[in-house]
Design a protein around this ligand. Structure first.
Ligand SMILES: O=P(O)(O)OC[C@H]1O[C@H](O)[C@H](O)[C@@H](O)[C@@H]1O
Length: 560
């Protein structure tokens, strides 16, 4: 595929931006079109059977507070067509090796294929082959039920109630985020720890209050070669054996979630206690795989299945819905619109939901590791901006920290707000939920309508020199996502997949490979070399003066 700028729709969008987009005033668009809300709102529906709230299974995506007209939408859809978004999507679902720099299929949708699609890679039915998706899911079901019921016991016969997941990146962020998001459904007698950082503090704190007799370690690593994870796992193993006077049974307390059986057995975990997946699962898309075992253990396998089912419904929507109605496609096209035609550099995702407090962190890897690329499919640098900087925090907290910049700063920050209509914790007669909702509604309204100098003056009591400081320019675009019921497993699954396919759409338009991550390699290689140099004489070799100087200073300060 050629660069995005070479599609005729790109030039048309530039003209459109200059003629309509730049002078577009959201509040005027609403004033002149009473139908605007319904025109630019899309509804996604979950089946009653999987929803946490049968009867309230809709998720509403309100795009109406964006710089959009019918013509904008037509042009963006045209761009998607010319960029071959549908063709690329179909190639992904057909198991083609669209991760072309690693010659791999991109097939995480198979992991949540509860709908019985035929899914093959290299002619092999990945669902039903030996060691395939269904077999691993069954292994996860049996194991999670055994641990939860206490049938699976530790080496002294006790139930395992502390789970320590050791993994990093995609082997950490998904499980952390999902177990936090689904805490309401979690086993109350279970303590979860997620150890990711090589900083010894992380593992030390997790082990400090853990009892080896009741602790289960999940060593989560696609490659099983990631330095942080293998080091933390070895430290955990040493701790376990020391604490149990070498009587502890590794087989009862350590399992591996990985694609690399050779390394898993070398570490000392029996292949029977390994939950596998395939190389066509990218790390940042792996929460649906065996990497999600902590989720199944915590919320139970039935809820894990619902999580997969909600995700599958969004896959189905993405796969089968025409572009103009396709919710993740619209999200992706809007992102392209803002990034490349309005110079937006960021994308804010702010959930009005405390359980979703790690959702933005999870999306950071999904978005930025996928689309933080410069090189297009023919090896030439993109002539346009690609992946935005995604950031976020839960609201209302974020309103009291960085929202100042949103409302009065100089930058355009396209923002997504997420709210569930129903709270899992309707405390104080649902007062908290009503206040949460009022803020969710107020923020997008305030960002859009702003406040003029005249309005400030009319309020009275403001000196002339203060007026400009109290003005809000408004016209800041937002997308509001409203979950009809609670955020349960299926709703969460659907929301994650919305962002997955949004990211896919962006990458497809930008003609980049959203599925590799070569950019993380260089730092790892240099760290390996420097680790050796820390134990050698001098300030290392071949470094610039700053790196060499810092290395020397570190050694001096830490008495090495
Ligand atoms: O699961 P692992 O093989 O241990 O990889 C863990 C993580 O580290 C890598 O550096 C990649 O950037 C991530 O995409 C990956 O999720």
């Amino acid at each position: 595929m050629p660069q995005a700028t070479s599609h005729p729709a790109w030039a048309e969008l530039q003209v459109h931006r200059d003629s309509v987009g730049k002078s577009f005033v959201l509040k005027e668009a609403f004033a002149s079109d009473p139908e605007r809300f319904s025109k630019f709102t899309r509804t996604f529906k979950l089946p009653d059977a999987v929803s946490s709230c049968p009867g309230d299974t809709e998720i509403l995506f309100d795009y109406s507070k964006n710089f959009l007209t019918e013509e904008t939408l037509d042009l963006l859809v045209k761009l998607a067509e010319q960029a071959g978004v549908e063709k690329k999507r179909d190639a992904m679902f057909a198991g083609e090796k669209i991760n072309f720099t690693e010659q791999r299929a991109v097939y995480h949708a198979a992991l949540r294929n509860v709908g019985g699609w035929e899914m093959k890679v290299d002619g092999v039915d990945v669902m039903n082959t030996k060691g395939g998706v269904n077999e691993v899911l069954e292994h996860m079901r049996v194991f999670s039920e055994q641990v939860r019921s206490g049938e699976w016991k530790g080496y002294t016969g006790k139930k395992l109630t502390t789970i320590i997941n050791i993994g990093i990146g995609g082997s950490d962020l998904g499980p952390v985020m999902v177990t936090e998001a689904l805490k309401h459904y979690g086993a109350k007698d279970m303590t979860l720890h997620f150890v990711s950082n090589i900083d010894g503090t992380h593992i030390a704190e997790a082990l400090a209050n853990s009892d080896p007799e009741t602790t289960l370690f999940l060593i989560a690593s696609k490659t099983f070669t990631t330095a942080e994870t293998t080091t933390n796992a070895n430290t955990a193993k040493k701790w376990f054996l020391e604490k149990t006077d070498n009587k502890g049974d590794i087989a009862k307390h350590f399992v591996a979630l990985s694609t690399n059986e050779a390394e898993v057995t070398k570490f000392g975990i029996d292949a029977a206690n390994m939950f596998g997946f395939e190389s066509w699962v990218g790390g940042r898309y792996s929460v649906w795989s065996a990497i999600g075992l902590s989720v199944a253990l915590y919320v139970g396998y039935d809820n894990f299945r619902k999580f997969l089912a909600g995700a599958h419904e969004m896959d189905k929507h993405f796969r089968e819905t025409p572009l103009r109605e396709n919710i993740p496609v619209l999200g992706g096209l809007l992102s392209v619109w803002y990034s490349d035609f309005f110079n937006a550099q960021t994308h804010l995702v702010a959930p009005f939901d405390q359980y979703l407090h790690r959702f933005p962190a999870y999306l950071q890897q999904l978005s930025m590791e996928s689309n933080g690329k410069t090189i297009t499919s023919d090896g030439t640098p993109a002539k346009y901006t690609t992946g935005p900087i995604l950031f976020g925090e839960p609201c209302t907290n974020a309103q009291h920290s960085f929202f100042q910049l949103l409302h009065q700063g100089t930058k355009l920050i396209p923002t997504d707000f997420i709210l569930a209509a129903k709270s899992h914790n309707p405390v104080s007669n649902n007062l908290h939920q009503k206040m949460l909702a009022s803020n969710y509604l107020a923020q997008s309204e305030a960002l859009m309508v702003g406040k003029t100098a005249d309005q400030v003056r009319a309020e009275g009591g403001v000196s002339d020199d203060l007026v400009p400081h109290k003005v809000f320019l408004g016209n800041r675009p937002t997308t509001s996502i409203l979950v009809g019921g609670h955020i349960g497993p299926a709703e969460l699954g659907a929301l994650i997949v919305y962002y997955e396919h949004l990211t896919f759409t962006e990458g497809a338009v930008w003609d980049i490979n959203s599925f590799d991550q070569w950019g993380v390699e260089l730092g790892k290689v240099l760290a390996k070399k420097i680790l050796k140099e820390i134990d050698e004489e001098g300030n290392g070799s071949g470094h610039d003066a700053s790196t060499g100087g810092l290395l020397g200073a570190f050694k001096k300060y830490s008495n090495l």
